[in-house]
Ligand binder design. Structure first.
Ligand code: C2E
Ligand code: MG
Ligand code: MG
Ligand code: MG
Length: 281
């Protein structure tokens, strides 16, 4: 698609679209070299127990800093990587790096890695995960893979079986951005998720008094509880939002109120503090 637009066919009547296509082309070219030029790194955002505030783990979030273009947000380059078929090598790098970096941390701290649907449609993905665990030495139950509902949208791609095989490795699965996709709920009974992550839009809405957002969080928490799954509230930015999601029964929380995505050294230090805390307790 970008190739057609890049040819300038839209230019005469859609200058803006052309510009966007041009920007995409530039970004896509730059992204092709990002891995080998060491422009990627991971930031780690704390996930804490909603009741006690204890650190339970981190979510690894990909960062790309280009020497001229500066820092580019994942919201922009991840979809591009997916369309340009670059997500497989980039995703594998993320997984390996997160496993290697977290392997030496306090072994009670979990590490969550985001996985694109495209990666799960590759039958070789299970071997990639097994390999990342083996070569890093990270215990399987410390790794959590975050998938979105979009994984279940294409029938017959074997995604459910791939998820089963991943569970057999002993890792955990969580369902990210829950409620923002277009899937049926049937897959929730087929796949054993440890946790459902409630999207920030619902947390924000509920704290602003939007009745529908509140109703959705209540329903998701009830659904998760009856399926034996935990819930994580995403994007908690204030004390009020924390109180609210705690009151609604969310088990874990994540958001700027508890910590921004951190450089690896700071994440390691936090994980070490956590180890000291639990020894003292
Ligand atoms: P996500 O997996 O839902 O990650 C949470 C996003 O919310 C992160 O944005 C995080 O920085 C942001 N966030 C966390 N707490 C707050 C808060 O309190 N307020 C606000 N406003 N935002 C908060 P980020 O890092 O920009 O990543 C955006 C999305 O890009 C992620 O959403 C995920 O879907 C995708 N992504 C990031 N890293 C990877 C990766 O390694 N692989 C894949 N496939 N996707 C990734
Ligand atoms: Mg996520
Ligand atoms: Mg999320
Ligand atoms: Mg989200």
């Amino acid at each position: 698609r970008s190739k057609d637009a890049g040819g300038g066919v839209f230019h005469a009547y859609e200058p803006q679209l052309h510009l966007r296509a041009e920007e995409r082309r530039v970004l896509e070219m730059a992204l092709r070299g990002a891995l080998e030029k060491n422009q990627l790194h991971l930031a780690y955002q704390p996930v804490v127990n909603a009741g006690t505030g204890t650190l339970t783990g981190f979510e690894a979030l990909l960062r790309w800093t280009h020497p001229e273009l500066g820092s580019i947000s994942p919201g922009k380059f991840i979809p591009l990587a997916e369309e340009a078929r670059l997500i497989a090598p980039i995703g594998e790098w993320v997984l390996r790096t997160a496993c290697e970096e977290a392997a030496s941390w306090n072994n009670q701290v979990r590490i969550a890695v985001n996985v694109s649907a495209e990666q799960l449609h590759n039958p070789g993905y299970v071997a990639i995960v097994a390999n990342a665990l083996a070569s890093s030495g990270l215990r399987a139950d410390r790794l959590e893979l975050e998938v979105t509902e979009s994984v279940f949208m294409r029938e017959g791609t074997g995604a459910t079986q791939t998820l089963e095989k991943l569970l057999d490795l002993g890792i955990r699965l969580s369902l990210d951005d829950f409620g923002t996709g277009y899937s049926s709920l049937g897959y929730l009974s087929r796949t054993r998720f440890s946790s459902i992550k409630i999207d920030r839009s619902f947390v924000q809405g509920a704290s602003k008094g939007v009745k529908e957002a509140l109703a959705i969080i209540r329903a998701v928490v009830a659904l998760a509880q009856s399926l034996g799954m935990a819930t994580t509230a995403e994007g908690v930015e204030t004390e009020d939002e924390h109180r609210l999601v705690q009151l609604l029964g969310c088990n874990k929380v994540q958001g700027f109120y508890f910590g921004r995505p951190l450089p690896v050294e700071e994440a390691r230090a936090l994980a070490t503090d956590r180890a000291a805390e639990s020894r003292a307790a």
